[in-house]
Design a binder for this molecule. Structure first.
Ligand code: FPP
Length: 246
């Protein structure tokens, strides 16, 4: 790990427990360099790996990344295949390194349309990750915030139909218990590089009270300095959760 010494621009006792990232700007990063968009995704996967190491080193407990949305299938087949190929390559190459750093990896989303090869690698990753007790990294793959809520609603309906649950007993806990995010604290901070200021169907339920941080920096350039800036900005926020300031 490439740890930096020097004074930190934030209070290391008040690190967000959970940080989520929309890894945006890969395509533009590549185009600016006259490279194919897929080169941007490749640089983006390196950026992801470094960010995971930095967050683990800072003591962040959960990192969630938007790797492929339920809407990303609309992209040209060549780009979709390149992203899936990168994920395969990444898992094959880096999982052992993550395990050595005690980082667990899991996947949120409907994995059924993925190739058998990628699904097998995901299963192997899940298996290897079981021994890790450090930071949890949730990779959102064929994931949509609306789809996550819909699936949970369907599961609740099925449980009611089969007599395991009554509609009047349904609360937030029952819905959330059927979502990918069950047992994971909601993101304290959601970071979107790449200049766009929207949520794009990411973690719609989970982000109810997250702090948002937007920056024009493109994801492949989003390194240690940018992570530090985002955390420093987070620490200036006054989180009231609908209540009043203390
Ligand atoms: C958004 O940038 C990025 C994606 C849709 C893909 C993200 C995928 C990776 C970083 C690769 C693999 C991930 C892991 C976890 C190893 P964009 O293409 O929309 O960029 P643009 O807005 O500049 O076009």
């Amino acid at each position: 790990m490439n740890k930096e010494t020097g004074p930190l621009p934030f209070d290391k006792e008040n690190i967000p427990r959970h940080i989520a990232f929309v890894m945006d700007g890969n395509g533009r990063w590549a185009q600016k360099r006259g490279l194919p968009r897929t080169a941007g995704h490749s640089a983006g996967s390196e950026s992801f790996h470094k960010a995971a190491e930095i967050l683990a080193e800072l003591g962040v407990e959960h990192m969630t990344v938007y790797a492929f949305s339920t809407e990303n299938w609309k992209r040209p087949l060549e780009e979709v295949s390149a992203i899936m190929g990168l994920l395969e390559k990444y898992l094959r190459r880096s999982i052992r390194e993550l395990v050595e750093n005690n980082i667990q990896l899991d996947f949120w989303g409907d994995l059924s349309p993925l190739s058998p090869k990628l699904r097998k690698l995901i299963d192997q990753t899940d298996e290897l990750s079981k021994q890790c007790t450090g930071m949890q990294v949730h990779v959102c793959l064929n994931y949509g915030g609306r789809d996550e809520i819909l699936r949970a609603a369907r599961a609740l309906a099925q449980d009611c139909l089969e007599g395991r649950l009554s509609p009047e007993d349904i609360g937030e806990k029952e819905l959330e218990g059927r979502m990918y995010c069950h047992d994971v604290p909601p993101p304290d901070l959601l970071v979107r590089p790449g200049g766009e200021m929207r949520i794009s169907n990411f973690l719609l339920w989970e982000c109810a009270y997250s702090e948002f941080y937007f920056t024009d920096t493109l994801w492949p350039d989003f390194g240690r300095e940018e992570i530090y800036k985002a955390i420093a900005e987070f620490q200036k926020r006054n989180r009231r959760y609908g209540g009043l300031s203390r």
